[in-house]
Each structure stands twice: as structure tokens, then as C-alpha cells.
Design a protein around this ligand. Structure first.
Ligand code: HEM
Length: 310
């Protein structure tokens, strides 16, 4: 019986690692598709930015779309196999919980994908960006749960700062996703403020609502775009501070040190990639790296939060 369990755990671990890699590939390819066509990588820049919204030619790469669909379909099939491995003939916890959450998210994202053909709708793209990061997080957590020694996984109380930091991280990611799906990058091409503006004007706050649609890209100084950029930057700074302190506290314990180092490194890389995205005049590859690194940072934060103390 214990052998059967350890063989299943091994299979679960391999499957979950494969799914983590597939989730990263899906995230990368979908960021490429989103940004390449009428996004930051379009040509001639910046006149083409958001041209999808005006009904102009769709420059999306067909090959990237096929790759995205194939990888996402493979991931969905593997997601079902993973859950079956975790649940039958008896549930193996906590891997089964993470795997079930992963499969549920995959099904939700498949359903949301049905609404993503209309670029004027903001919410499907918004959910897709955050959901993509969720896929990386949940598949990584399943792999770690399958490899964890139950005897060492006694609960500990992580520093409250890390919980607040995680909340701020998710908020920062949501604001960044809104910049992308609202085609609002060009509203603020300067640093640290937006052409002398340091706080969002009252007219800009409605851009926070993902259920309002868009008709055109946000031009330079657009109130909604400026609000998103400024709030994204302020939240990123607060996240840097809180996760930074939480990470430094995690360095003190040998069991949490590797996760804390990973978190601190990813935090600094992510911040630098955000600044470089703006400084480079919104380089496509910088923005894609910024998107992928955000999901790794989310996974690293949750890993530090759930690591046993011993
Ligand atoms: C904790 C730090 C940060 C996190 C977690 C974060 C996360 C994100 C995420 C998830 C996106 C959406 C990417 C996508 O469209 O796929 C985004 C977009 C963006 N971020 Fe950040 N960000 C951070 C810091 C910064 C900083 C410091 C800046 C600049 C000062 C910045 C500038 C941008 C810009 C310009 C975009 C829009 C790119 C686009 O149009 O797709 N970010 N961010």
C-alpha cells in the first residue's frame, strides 16, 4: 500500500511539473498574441496601437494562436489525468485539493475564452491574464504538495506582512492587466509620474471597472490610462516594501530561506522589468517578460507563505 502511494505521488509530481511548464508556455504565448497584433509589438508603432478596436487588420500570428490552442488543450487533458491520479483509488491530500482547484480554473478559463473574440470587452482579457498566473501558481503548488513530507508539513504562522503583501501583489497584477487590456500603455510613457501628474484625476477612476468596454486605445494623458499607471506603480511600490520585509524575515529560518531568496530576487527583477518596459518605450519582449515574471512572483509568494517552519 505505501509503495502504491509513493508511486502515485511520483506520477502526480511529474504531471504537475509538466503542467507548470505548460502553464508558463501558455502565459508567454498568450502575452505574445495579445501584445503582438495590435498591442505593444505592433507596427508601425504607436499608430497601430489598439487598431483591433477600430476594426483595422488583425495582425495576430496564426502560428502563435495554433500553438496556444494546442498547448492549452493538452494542459486541460493532463489536468483531468492529474485530478484522477490525486483522487483515485483514495484521495491524496493536500495535492488533491490543489489539483482540483487547478482543473476548476482551467475549465473557467476555457469558458471565458468563448467571450474573448470581441476586443471591446475588457473582462475576458482581464480574467485571462490573472487566470494564467493562477494556473502557474496552482500547478506549482500541486507539484510541491506531492513532494512534501507530511511529517514536516506542520502548520506555522507566517508573518502577517506577507498576507498583506500577497493581497497587494494581486491588486498590482490586476491593475497591470487593466493597462494591457485597455490598451492604456501609451497614456503614460514617462517616469516616475505621468507628465507631471502624480495622482489620478476623479475622471480616471472608472477605468478600474473591468466590466466597462473600450472603443479605442487610451492616448497620451488619457485620465483612465493615467489612473491605471499611477495606481499600478504605487501598489507595486507598496508590494515591494511589504514582500521585501516579509522576504527578509523569511531569511532568518533555514526552512524558509530558499523560498525567501527566490521571492526577493523575483521581486527585484519584476520591478526592474516594469521600469524597463516604460523606459524602453514599451518594448514587446520587456512587457512579455514582465507578465511571465509576475506569475512566478505570485507562486513564490504563496510558496513562502505555506512553507513549514521546521
Ligand atoms: C510588484 C511589481 C509589479 C507587478 C507584480 C506587476 C505586474 C504586472 C502585470 C501582471 C501586468 C499585465 C501584463 C500583461 O498584460 O500580460 C503589468 C503590466 C504593466 N506594468 Fe507592471 N507590475 C509591477 C511593477 C511595475 C512597475 C514598477 C512598472 C513601471 C514603473 C510597471 C509597468 C507596467 C506597464 C507599463 C504595464 C503594461 C504593459 C502592457 O501593456 O501589457 N509595472 N504589470
Amino acid at each position: 500500500m505505501p509503495e502504491a502511494r509513493s508511486a502515485r505521488l511520483k506520477r502526480i509530481k511529474i504531471l504537475a511539473w509538466v503542467l507548470t511548464l505548460l502553464a508558463l508556455l501558455i502565459l508567454l504565448v498568450s502575452a505574445y498574441i495579445r501584445l503582438r497584433g495590435a498591442g505593444l509589438g505592433c507596427s508601425p508603432w504607436p499608430d497601430c496601437y489598439g487598431e483591433l478596436l477600430t476594426g483595422a487588420a488583425n495582425l495576430h500570428s496564426g502560428a502563435a494562436r495554433i500553438l496556444h490552442r494546442s498547448v492549452a488543450s493538452l494542459a486541460l487533458v493532463l489536468g483531468f489525468v492529474l485530478v484522477a491520479q490525486c483522487l483515485r483509488p483514495f484521495p491524496i491530500q493536500p495535492a488533491a485539493r490543489w489539483a482540483t482547484a487547478l482543473l476548476s480554473l482551467m475549465i473557467v478559463l476555457t469558458f471565458v475564452g468563448l467571450f474573448s473574440s470581441d476586443p471591446h470587452r475588457v473582462w475576458p482579457g482581464f480574467i485571462n491574464i490573472l487566470g494564467g498566473a493562477g494556473l502557474v501558481l496552482l500547478s506549482w503548488r500541486t507539484a510541491l504538495a506531492a513532494g512534501a513530507d507530511p511529517a514536516r508539513s506542520s502548520p506555522r504562522r507566517p508573518p502577517p506582512l506577507l498576507h498583506v503583501g500577497l493581497g497587494l501583489l494581486v491588486l498590482t497584477m490586476a491593475l497591470g492587466a487593466l493597462i494591457g487590456v485597455r490598451y492604456a500603455a501609451t497614456a503614460c510613457p514617462s517616469l516616475p509620474g505621468c507628465s507631471g501628474v502624480a495622482w489620478p484625476a476623479a475622471a480616471g477612476w472608472s477605468a478600474l471597472d473591468p466590466f466597462t468596454g473600450i472603443v479605442a486605445a487610451a492616448g497620451l494623458g488619457d485620465a483612465g490610462g493615467v489612473a491605471l499607471h499611477l495606481l499600478h506603480r504605487y501598489c507595486a511600490l507598496a508590494t515591494l516594501l511589504l514582500l521585501g520585509v516579509g522576504g527578509v524575515q523569511g531569511l532568518a529560518r533555514p526552512a524558509t530561506r530558499p523560498s525567501a531568496i527566490l521571492l526577493l530576487v523575483l521581486m527585484m527583477v519584476q520591478f526592474a522589468l516594469g521600469v524597463l518596459t516604460v523606459m524602453s518605450g514599451f518594448s514587446l519582449w520587456m512587457a512579455i517578460a514582465h507578465s511571465v515574471c509576475a506569475s512566478l512572483l505570485l507562486a513564490a509568494t504563496v510558496q513562502l507563505l505555506t512553507r513549514p517552519a521546521a
